[in-house]
Structure formats: C-alpha cells, structure tokens
Design a protein around this ligand. Structure first.
Ligand SMILES: *[C@@H]1O[C@H](CO)[C@@H](O)[C@H](O)[C@H]1NC(C)=O
Ligand SMILES: *[C@@H]1O[C@H](CO)[C@@H](O)[C@H](O)[C@H]1NC(C)=O
Ligand SMILES: *[C@@H]1O[C@H](CO)[C@@H](O)[C@H](O)[C@H]1NC(C)=O
Ligand SMILES: *[C@@H]1O[C@H](CO)[C@@H](O)[C@H](O)[C@H]1NC(C)=O
Ligand SMILES: [Ca+2]
Length: 481
C-alpha cells in the first residue's frame, strides 16, 4: 500500500462515517454563563492560556446556539429535545419548586450507559431534585458530585443547596467537610482524583459542569488577584479572575487525562450554557443583549471540540452551519457509534467532520415560551396569516433558518443597544428596548450578514415572515396537546 492510500484508509477508518474507530472518552465541559467575548482566544484582555491552547487546534462550532438561561439550555442538552415538549422553557428551577425533567425523557448519560460507557457528573445540575428519582445519580450518571441548583455561595455551598456526593454503590453524603473550599477547586479535584479509579480502556462520559463563571462575584485568593488584568470596573475584574481560575483547573484536568492514558482517545468539548451576564462583568461583544435575552448575546455561545484524534486538516477549522444545544445529543452518540434512543429528537446528528449540516433541518425552533407575553399595543401591524391560529406575535419566540432569524414578542429587557459606540465592551449597557427601538413585536434579521441585529427587515420580506410565523404557530399547539 502506498502512503497516500494508507493515509486515506486511516482517515476513513476514523472519520469515514463521522465516528471514531474506538469509542472515545467524552469530556463535556460547561462553563456557566460564559460570555461570547470572555475567552483569551477571542479577546486579548482575557487570561485563559489553557483554554486558548486547546482552542488553537480545535474544531470550532462557529454558529452555536443555546437557550437564554441555565435550566432550559441544560434540559435541551440532556434530552436532545426542545424545552416546550416537556414544559421546561420558562426560566430556571427555584429551590422549592417541584419541577424537573420528566422521567419519561431519556437523558444523554442514559444513552451512553446503554452503549457501555461509565458516566459521571461534577458540578451544577439545575434540572430538578424534588424526588430522588429526578436526581442525576438516578438519571444515568453512575456517580454525581455537585449541587442541585444555581447561584450558591462558592465557599459555603449554601443558599438552599449543599455539596452532595453520590457513589454508584448507593452511598450518599453531604460533603460538610468542603465548607470553605472554593467550588471550582472542589469540583475539578474530585474529578481528577476519581480518574485514578477509571480504566482508560472503558469509555467515559463526564459532564464537567463548573459553577464558574456564574455569580455571585466573591472574594478570591490573593495569588489570583495578582494574575488577572486591570480593566476598569469591579465586576469586570472579578469576572476576569474567575475565568483565570476555571482555566487553571481545566489545565489540571487535561494534565491528569494525559497522565492516566485517557487523552489519546478523548473528545473534549468546551462551551457555555447561555450568554454572559453583562450586569456582572461579562461581555458578549459585539453581540446585542445578554443572558435571558433572545438577541444573539443571550443565546449564541462559543463552543469547540478538541481531540488528539482530529486530523490535522480539521485543527483550527470551523463548522459554519447552525448548531443547536439539542444537537449534541445525537452528534456525540454518533461519534461513539452508539445507538440513538427511540424518543423523537429535535437535535440533529451534525456531520461536523465533513462540515455538513444534517440535511433534514429546514429550521430551528430557537426559543418559545407561551408564558412570556408582551402587550399587543407595541406593534400596530396586523399579521393576518395568524388569523385563525392560537399563536400570537405577543409571545416571546425565535425561529431560525441558516440565513434568517425571526423574533416575536419582547426579545430584550436591559442592555438592548446594537451599536459598538452604545454597547462598549465592558461598561454595562443600561438601555431598555424602548429606548433604542420602540414599538415592534416581529423582527426579522438576515443574521449571517447582520449578526449584531441592527436591521429589522420584517417589512421588506412579508412572505418569509408569514412562512416563519406559521411554523411557530405549529409548534405552539404542541403545548395544548
Ligand atoms: C461506596 O464507595 C465509597 C467510595 O468509593 C466507599 O468509601 C464506601 O465505603 C462504599 N460503601 C459501601 C456501602 O460499600
Ligand atoms: C460553614 O462554615 C461557616 C463559617 O465557618 C459557618 O458559619 C457555617 O455554619 C458552616 N456551614 C455548615 C453547613 O456547617
Ligand atoms: C465502569 O464500569 C464498569 C462496568 O459497568 C464497572 O465495572 C466499573 O466499576 C466502572 N468504573 C468506575 C470507576 O465506576
Ligand atoms: C380564517 O377563517 C375564515 C373563516 O373560515 C376564513 O374566511 C379566512 O380566510 C381564514 N383566514 C386564514 C388566514 O386562513
Ligand atoms: Ca447559565
């Protein structure tokens, strides 16, 4: 066999079907609330050398879309299905709410377990815990170390939460011994220690769900304070230090994966769960909006895949098609050659190694929450195509095609500017939507050409608007069934 044929053979073996010849370890790192502009490889002001090093040789998911807040994004990731199908589209789970992903949903770790994986999770769950059956250790993770809600204290792990540990043998503990230990350190070090017990020959699915860089902004050790850069603004300084910390521990995790022989078969994903919180120092520059909004700043995130198994031709390249948080479910299972579950997924198995979209996607339901309804008087246009439908343009929703984005309802609440002068990088933008762009309930953007959402084209393309509104009306009735 000559060299070229041999190389072609090797390439086909690994990627001919978009899968790896051996089931890879999947280490999925989620950095909570990480802004679009908040890593060193996109912003020189940010210090994240370990992540930057990984990013350099990674395959970047350039047009990656989340939901605008924690619980909905995480639920979409875990199920591969739109939030409205199981009623988790309306913001985050509060401490006393009997809410969770219904047990009828198959979760990603369950699918991995069926495929012979060891599964473990560290850090933030925020997908319900009102009965034991809804907790992560009973939803497909062999082992869980972390906390059930969000926004807890980084040192005391309180605010209605605690740091819990569940072992696969049924032992459970509240880790009171970790009172006073910074959560990012506790989360990373537990995973690092645990790697000694796993066999690199058995595939591992790890969901490493850091508390960082979500608020609260807390006091941090002096060594870290010295390391971080000197931007104006207390919130920005605190946030940039938190990035330094999480970056440090990601570096430690990678070091251990190498030491223990996991690395050569690892696929590492690094991403966020929603847009940055600009009120707490994050930056989504140059995108419009922030966490909670359906403008790009709330839902578009950085995401990349780093793997020693990536062929050189893909290192540093990017996947350009729309990729939604629900797509990880089938896409990760496809890498591993695992069977897809029977449930009807909304996510598509993207052929990212060949830079191709999944052919059947004509549109993406990027957001729909029937309980977020604006006042009708904001827009005096009539959309007669909806005349006999239950859906109205007052409802907050987003539908996407490859090139267009249609928004209904009220997309933004605070920090809604869309020009670089009005939306400077680190100074929190305090404009309300009414200040910059009053009186509309339907907005259409040619989003590839206009990623900052400056030019609403809804009056210029009435047929396209009608077509997308009807699609939204079809999704809306799912909720009434
Ligand atoms: C369960 O496992 C943990 C650590 O792996 C161990 O400390 C504990 O003793 C075990 N419990 C039982 C009941 O075997
Ligand atoms: C954690 O430590 C703090 C400070 O020492 C103490 O006030 C608090 O009661 C401790 N929390 C628990 C749950 O023990
Ligand atoms: C990994 O899974 C195998 C098979 O289920 C099991 O025997 C082993 O104990 C697991 N490893 C760990 C560290 O949980
Ligand atoms: C709504 O229903 C009425 C009565 O059947 C009909 O005349 C009208 O054309 C319908 N409108 C649309 C947009 O389908
Ligand atoms: Ca979040």
């Amino acid at each position: 066999m000559n060299l070229i044929i041999f190389l072609l053979f090797v390439f086909r073996e690994c990627f001919g079907h978009g899968r790896f010849s051996k089931k890879p370890h999947i280490i999925f790192v989620m950095i909570d609330d990480l802004g679009f502009d908040d890593l060193g490889y996109v912003n020189d002001d940010v210090i994240s050398p370990n992540i930057d090093f990984l990013a350099k040789n990674a395959l970047h998911i350039e047009n990656y879309y989340n939901q605008p807040s924690c619980t909905p994004s995480r639920a979409a990731f875990m199920t591969g299905r739109y939030n409205i199908r199981y009623g988790m589209q309306s913001g985050v789970i509060k401490p006393d709410e009997p809410e969770a992903i219904p047990l009828s949903e198959t979760l990603l770790p369950q699918a991995f377990k069926k495929c012979g994986y060891n599964t473990s999770m560290h850090g933030k769950w925020h997908l319900g815990f009102y009965t034991e059956k809804h907790c992560p250790q009973n939803r497909g993770f062999d082992r869980f170390f972390g906390f059930y809600l969000g926004s807890q204290d980084y040192f005391y792990h309180d605010s209605g939460n605690n740091c819990y540990l569940y072992e696969p043998n049924g032992t459970e503990k509240v880790r009171l011994d970790l009172n006073g230990t910074y959560s990012t350190k506790a989360i990373a070090e537990d995973f690092i220690a645990k790697l000694d017990e796993y066999d690199p020959e058995t595939p591992l699915f790890e969901f490493l769900s850091f508390q960082e860089v979500h608020g609260p902004l807390q006091w941090l050790p002096a060594e870290v304070l010295k390391m971080a850069g000197g931007w104006e603004g207390w919130e920005r300084k605190m946030l940039s230090r938190k990035i330094v910390i999480v970056d440090h521990f990601i570096g430690e995790v990678v070091k251990k994966l190498k030491e223990k022989g996991f690395w050569k078969d690892t696929i590492l994903v690094i991403t966020s769960d929603n847009g940055g919180q600009t009120r707490e120092g994050a930056s989504n520059w140059p995108l419009r909006g922030r966490k909670g909004d359906v403008f790009e700043g709330g839902i578009r995130s950085r995401a990349f895949i780093h793997s020693p198994k990536l062929p050189d031709s893909l290192k540093g390249s990017s996947f350009q098609h729309v990729f939604h948080v629900t797509d990880w479910f089938p896409t990760l299972l496809r890498f591993s050659g695992c069977q897809q579950p029977d449930s009807n997924l909304d996510g598509k198995a993207q052929d990212i190694f060949h830079n191709k979209p999944e052919v059947k996607r004509t549109h993406l339901l990027n957001f729909l929450d029937p309980f977020k309804v604006a006042k009708r008087k904001l827009d005096d246009r009539m959309f007669s195509v909806l005349q006999n439908r239950t859906f109205e343009v007052t409802v907050k929703s987003v539908i996407r095609t490859e090139n267009w984005k249609l928004i209904t309802g009220r997309p933004c609440h605070w920090g809604c500017s869309f020009s670089e002068e009005k939306n400077p990088r680190y100074v929190p933008d305090k404009t309300a939507l009414e200040d910059v762009e009053p009186g509309k309930l339907v907005r259409l953007y040619a989003i590839r050409e206009d990623p900052m959402e400056r030019y609403d084209l809804s009056d210029l393309h009435p047929e396209l608007v009608d077509d997308l509104l009807l699609k939204l009306a079809d999704y809306y009735v799912i909720l009434c069934q």
